[in-house]
Design a protein. Structure first.
Length: 60
């Protein structure tokens, strides 16, 4: 297996992290909003990078 194969799992992982960040921002719990914002930034950057690698390797 080539290393790019595991970027597909990275897409799934970063999608889950993004959903958790959105949930933190929408929930009325005691978790600070800055944690949700940081999670969303990390998830978006990870989705961009892994998405670019997957598209470049498997689609184009």
């Amino acid at each position: 297996m080539n290393p790019e194969f595991f970027d597909i799992f990275g897409l799934a992982a970063f999608t889950i992290i993004l959903l958790i960040g959105i949930w933190i921002l929408k929930a009325k719990n005691k978790v600070p909003n800055w944690i949700g914002i940081i999670l969303m930034i990390i998830a978006i950057l990870g989705l961009i990078i892994d998405g670019f690698i997957v598209i470049k390797t498997y689609i184009l």
